[in-house]
Design a protein around this ligand. Structure first.
Ligand code: GLP
Length: 245
């Protein structure tokens, strides 16, 4: 595990974007596992800027997103499909048929999950997986008590996640109660895992996840045993960690 300390959100975003850009420069046909949420927004903004300057080329890149709300059509302004188009894909030269996100509008759980696992396999697995972290330690939408060996599956979102994500919707009632998520298995099989975290509100869970016991109660804790795990976090998110980094 490698921890990179950033000064603030902007610094965290640039450092993480640098790691992703380096991955794409070194391996132009990389498979990137991408994440949504507020934390990666600065990274995507930075990557778009570098793309526009001609520094990074996404023409051979493939992306597989972590998750999608079950029951939200692509066009919904809070679908993760929509999030990715607006914040990244519309602004770079990635090919539309190289972009994968679980199909939230398909209610057939078995079909969606099997299709997504087949996709991950057919693209040859993930080179670099980007992750945020939920307040309860979830990664993707792998909520506490998730079995570590799972493939793509449908989850019931916890109250804590619904509460955290309601800020993006008109009301709490509008937040979908279920989501499709890539399983921990595919995340752990990624060649490299890059987690980003910022702000004091993440300090407690970062400490528990990375320095506490490895337990399904804190899904992110499994990353402690990943062979190439990097956390880029700002000072505030690292404020509970008392070991020297
Ligand atoms: C959602 C996403 C996660 C993300 C988490 C934290 O639940 N499914 O992938 O890591 O939110 O979001 P934020 O970065 O806004 O704190």
């Amino acid at each position: 595990m490698k921890i990179i300390r950033a000064e603030n959100y902007n610094d965290m975003s640039r450092k993480a974007a640098n790691i992703i850009a380096a991955q794409v420069i070194l391996k132009p046909d990389s498979v990137l596992g991408l994440a949504t949420g507020g934390t990666p927004l600065g990274i995507y903004k930075q990557l778009v800027e570098w793309y526009k300057k001609g520094d990074v080329d996404f023409s051979e890149v493939t992306t597989v997103n972590l998750d999608e709300y079950r029951g939200l059509p692509k066009e919904h302004n809070q679908s993760y499909w929509h999030f990715m188009q607006v914040n990244l894909f519309n602004h770079i030269n990635i090919k539309a048929n190289h972009v994968y996100i679980p199909n939230g509008s398909d209610m057939n759980i078995e079909r969606v999950c099997k299709e997504y696992d087949d996709i991950i396999q057919s693209v040859g697995g993930i080179d670099l997986q980007l992750l945020g972290i939920g307040n309860d330690g979830h990664i993707g939408f792998n909520e506490p008590s998730t079995v570590f060996e799972t493939g793509t599956h449908c989850v019931n979102l916890t109250e804590s996640t619904i509460e955290a994500n309601k800020r993006f919707f008109q009301s709490r009632e509008e937040v979908p109660k279920q989501a499709y998520t890539m399983g921990i298995k595919a995340i752990m099989q990624a060649e490299k895992v890059l987690m980003v975290a910022n702000g004091e509100s993440k300090a407690d869970i970062i400490k528990k996840a990375l320095f506490g016991p490895v337990t399904p109660e804190i899904p992110a804790s499994i990353l402690q045993i990943h062979h190439d795990f990097v956390l880029v976090a700002d000072k505030a998110a690292l404020s509970e960690i008392d070991v020297a980094i």
